[in-house]
Ligand binder design. Structure first.
Ligand code: NAD
Length: 440
């Protein structure tokens, strides 16, 4: 073998690379376009591993499925479903399933890629994957929801499995959906396979602490970062967008640490209370009514005013592309903690950096969920279950260590925490790619 063709030094072959695969349109990339820009920012920091970087820009496997079900009124409805496995170099695919009326292929692709980065950033032995159905589940009856979930699981059953790809909850999916997915997969394969999904009910092989894990991780990373910038959490004002699994738990933990949750926005409205919202009452209100809208112990704000709220900490915990070049200049917070995946566009990232607002990126800040999903999967395999104190202690330790490593890289390379997290994660992914080599 000549020196120029040795695996360690051979460059990528630019003549054979196309900027985009034929199934994508350059002007319709959505969140996938943001992800590609994030990858481009990290390539100069990858050294020799940069020759493998194209791997990061192409999902390994994309499955689009038709999900037909009988509706309660006797008609047949068809839903569009996806499962994307972005990268499986480090282990099985791992990532949630989203039920939302705006789900698109490019969104699921981006979410799957961010899972690859996140899993490598906290060093759990997974690749990245994501799934979704383009549906507003609030418009389905419980029976329709179950039939749709089961048919979707059967359709993607050819590529998921405890050693292949392990789904979990995401927006509008929960423990019950995971229970139906686990049961459907188990029925199709002939034996109970608890390890095929995580985020299950505890009585079905779920893990204690999983429901709170993402919010707990958001809080842990936020508290660590606050120390670096001299921000006292116990007196901080916090604004939260999205008060579901992630935002609700993060808000609760910040409030318990003494912070004032001054504003909360969800799909049903925006509420504000300068003295701080009563978080337990608000959580109960959301449980009872489905939204923060109509909460009487607060003022109602016009939705767009959310971005002008005086606060030290802003936690976007809803959907992607919420902080854009149009509102980034208005944000008053000193720190943005991304509970949601992809809430900040690259242009907004630059504006926040110029304005000295510290952004704790999704790929580290919301990694607590997948970390405890990893614990759940390990517990399912060994059929030996840990207590909650042990789970939380292990979670906090992993999050703190991962964040400390990323912080150091950001200082050493003088880059944002997002680029630093991508450096750590992409090096891990591409190093594995190089060690495994190309098959055949
Ligand atoms: N659940 C997890 O373990 C987990 C892990 C990592 C990342 N995330 C990410 O966190 C985000 C929230 O996920 P979740 O599990 O909390 O979902 P969820 O369904 O429990 O809550 C979603 C929240 O977003 C709000 N929302 C929806 N549309 C909105 C809009 N247009 N404006 C304002 N608010 C809106 C909803 O009202 C709800 O409060 C998503 O980006 C998800 O990918 C979730």
């Amino acid at each position: 073998m000549s020196p120029t063709s040795s695996p360690a030094t051979a460059p990528a072959s630019p003549a054979l690379l196309h900027p985009l695969p034929s199934y994508l349109q350059a002007d319709q990339l959505g969140p996938w376009g943001n992800y590609l820009q994030q990858v481009d920012r990290v390539i100069p920091h990858l050294g020799n591993l940069a020759r493998w970087a194209e791997t990061l820009k192409r999902p390994k496997r994309i499955l689009i499925v038709d999900v037909p079900i009988h509706m309660d009124d006797g008609t047949v409805a068809h839903f569009e479903g996806y499962r994307v496995q972005h990268n499986v170099s480090r282990g099985p695919g791992k990532g949630g399933v989203r039920f939302h009326q705006d789900v698109t292929l490019t969104e699921v692709m981006a979410l799957s890629a961010w899972m690859s980065i996140k899993n490598a950033a906290v060093n759990v032995p997974y690749g990245g994957a994501k799934g979704g159905i383009r549906v507003d589940p609030k418009k389905l009856s419980r029976g329709e929801l179950e039939r749709m979930t089961r048919r979707y699981t059967s359709e993607i059953g050819i590529i998921i499995g405890p050693n292949k790809d392990i789904p979990a909850p995401d927006v509008n999916t929960n423990e019950q959906i995971m229970a139906w997915m686990m049961d459907t997969y188990s029925m199709n394969t002939g034996s109970t396979a608890t390890g095929v999904v995580t985020g299950k009910p505890v009585d079905l092989g779920g893990s204690l602490g999983r429901r709170e894990a993402t919010g707990r991780g958001v809080f842990t990373v936020g508290a660590e970062a606050a120390k670096h910038i001299g921000l006292d959490i116990s007196t901080a004002r916090v604004a939260v967008q999205g008060f579901g699994n992630v935002g609700g738990v993060a808000g609760k933990l910040f409030a318990e640490a003494g912070a004032r949750i001054v504003a909360v926005q969800d799909h049903g409205g925006t509420i504000y209370r300068e003295a701080g919202l009563d978080v337990p009452s608000l959580l109960k209100h959301v449980l009872d009514t489905g939204s923060v809208g109509g909460f009487t112990q607060a003022e109602t704000l016009a939705d767009d005013k959310f971005w002008d709220v005086d606060c030290e900490i802003l936690i976007p915990a809803a959907l992607e592309q919420q902080i854009t070049k149009h509102n980034a200049g208005r944000i008053k917070a000193r720190m943005v903690i991304e509970g949601a995946n992809g809430p900040t566009t690259p242009e907004a990232d630059d504006i926040l950096q110029e304005r000295n607002v510290l952004v704790l990126p999704d790929v580290i800040a919301n990694a607590g969920g997948v970390t405890v999903s990893y614990f759940e999967w390990v517990q399912d395999f060994s059929s030996f279950f840990w207590d909650e104190a042990e789970i939380n202690a292990r979670l906090v330790r992993i999050m703190k260590e991962a964040f400390a490593g990323v912080w150091q890289v950001s200082q050493d390379h003088k880059v944002s925490l997002r680029t630093a997290t991508f450096i750590v994660a992409c090096k891990r992914i591409l190093h594995t790619r190089e060690l495994r080599g190309l098959y055949p």
